[in-house]
Design a binder for this molecule. Structure first.
Ligand SMILES: CC(C)(COP(=O)(O)OP(=O)(O)OC[C@H]1O[C@@H](n2cnc3c(N)ncnc32)[C@H](O)[C@@H]1OP(=O)(O)O)[C@@H](O)C(=O)NCCC(=O)NCCS
Length: 154
């Protein structure tokens, strides 16, 4: 595991970095999640940073902002999600960050929805103890059907 990974509270100065991370077309197609424009991103982060029922952390790697990790409630279930800047991929950062975050968010079961083609994210979750519990389908912004797995940590 990468030992240089740490989590801290999100600062407003992190937002331009998160903005750049989610603009990357490889990342958005991997996650099947469209990029937000700046105003939408600020509105989204302002909401989640102040929400009592949402846990969110900035992921630091060697003192630099590498991404973010968040847990929220959806349809009565507690979810987890994360995003790592492309320049930091493949270094074990998401795995280390999720494993630390699981000590912070103690509610179980914990769920993650991951599109089937996001092999890296599925691997991250499985390395942290999640297992595939079901399959689902949704339509992306263009109406294209996308298959997903729901993973669970009990
Ligand atoms: C998915 C994501 C979080 C992975 O982050 P990361 O820090 O590179 O992940 P890690 O380095 O901790 O681990 C990735 C694991 O997946 C594997 N992996 C990476 N790319 C892979 C690929 N294309 N196919 C198969 N395995 C792959 C790695 O080898 C590693 O497994 P290993 O330790 O057994 O070798 C990152 O790519 C990302 O943020 N993508 C865009 C946003 C996103 O998809 N978020 C998740 C939404 S559910």
């Amino acid at each position: 595991m990468t030992t240089e990974v740490s989590l801290r509270d999100v600062r407003e100065t992190d937002l331009p970095i998160f903005f750049e991370h989610q603009l990357d077309p490889d990342a958005t197609s991997m996650a099947a999640f469209p990029a937000r424009d700046w105003d939408a991103l600020v509105a989204h982060w302002t909401k989640i940073m102040s929400h009592v029922n949402i846990s969110v952390k900035t992921i630091n790697f060697d003192g630099q902002v590498a991404g973010n990790i968040v847990s929220w409630e959806q349809s009565g279930e507690r979810e987890v999600g994360y995003w790592i800047g492309k320049q930091c991929w493949g270094k074990g950062i998401a795995t280390a960050a999720l494993s630390q975050f699981l000590h912070h968010v103690k509610e179980r079961p914990l769920f993650a929805h991951v599109v089937k083609h996001n092999v890296a994210s599925i691997r991250v979750l499985q390395k942290c103890g999640f297992t595939i519990s079901s399959k689902g389908r949704f339509s992306d912004a263009q109406g294209v059907p996308i298959e997903e797995f729901v993973l669970i940590l009990t």
